[in-house]
Design a protein around this ligand. Structure first.
Ligand code: COA
Length: 259
């Protein structure tokens, strides 16, 4: 599959999606959004793809939505503009194959929001996370006002959203915006090693774990516990559950089949 602004590389069931528009610091224009949609469609339908790493080419992860496109949007179409990016990021979040952001540089505006939609964020010590939209007379429109407070709490989210000021990778890690931090050259190996560790587990269990944790953010505790018990029991008739428990008792590695 040929893309103008994405590089896709697959090995050991891990697909690395590199956003590759470095002259514009990988800003998300309509073409990049469309290509990401196509790429995630292909990955969802590819039984050889178990997990995804999203990163950026050059010194940026993604420096935001394309400001030139925003500036040329008529006011009446800004809601549709926001919903377009939101829909893409929601489908990434709803992927039942784990998606990890490897944030190598600027993750500003839509770039920070893309990282927020990924399941787990690995940050370079050189990363810069921020939601600078207020500096443009805007607010985040690709989910930042909703996902960031859920992840780091209201105060820490408002600190970033109201000031528009960026923070570096170690600070993002300190507040829980990044889940791990690594030196630049160790970033992709660390992200790969994490995805590989997930892929060693039962794929159906991994997908149900994503279902259960997503529900935790939307339901009351009692509703969530009910849902967890239902998802837990749904794994009872999978071959992988039989294999995983038997392999433990037989002191050998499990051979999961994804069923
Ligand atoms: N949309 C469109 N173009 C962007 C962009 C964006 N979000 N971010 C960077 N670019 C472009 C610049 O316009 C420039 O293009 P040019 O060479 O044709 O002039 C190129 O990328 C390089 O950026 P530049 O600003 O020259 O690099 P820098 O190192 O001086 O600054 C940033 C880097 C990230 C601090 C700066 O580019 C920036 O503030 N970008 C906007 C971030 C933002 O507000 N994002 C939220 C958008 S809603």
């Amino acid at each position: 599959m040929a893309f103008e602004h994405l590089l896709l590389e697959s090995s050991d069931r891990i697909v690395t999606v590199t956003i590759n528009r470095p002259d514009k610091l990988n800003a998300l224009n309509a073409d990049v959004l469309g290509e990401l949609d196509t790429a995630f469609d292909a990955i969802a339908g590819d039984s050889g793809a178990g997990g995804v790493i999203v990163t950026g080419a050059g010194r940026s992860f993604v420096a935001g939505a394309d400001i030139a496109e925003i500036a040329s949007e008529p006011p009446a179409s800004l809601e549709a503009f926001a919903k377009r990016g939101q829909a893409l990021f929601r489908r990434i979040e709803q992927s039942r194959k784990p998606v990890v952001a490897a944030v190598n540089g600027f993750a500003l505006g839509g770039g920070c929001e893309l990282a927020l939609a990924c399941h787990v964020r690995f940050a370079s010590t050189k990363a810069k996370f921020g939601l600078p939209e207020v500096k443009l007379g805007l607010i985040p429109g690709y989910g930042g006002t909703q996902r960031l407070p859920r992840l780091v709490g209201r105060g820490a989210a408002l600190r970033l959203i109201l000031s528009g000021e960026p923070i570096d990778g170690p600070e993002a890690y300190r507040i829980g915006l990044a889940d791990a931090v690594a030196e630049p050259e160790a970033l992709l190996p660390a992200a790969r090693s994490f995805v590989a560790s997930v892929l060693a587990n039962g794929p159906v269990a991994v997908a149900r774990a994503l279902d259960a944790v997503d529900l935790a953010l939307d339901l009351t505790l009692d509703e969530g516990l009910t849902a967890e018990a239902r998802l837990f029991s749904s794994l009872g008739d999978t071959a992988d559950m039989r294999e995983g428990t038997r392999a433990f008792l037989e002191k050998r590695a499990a051979a999961f089949r994804g069923a």
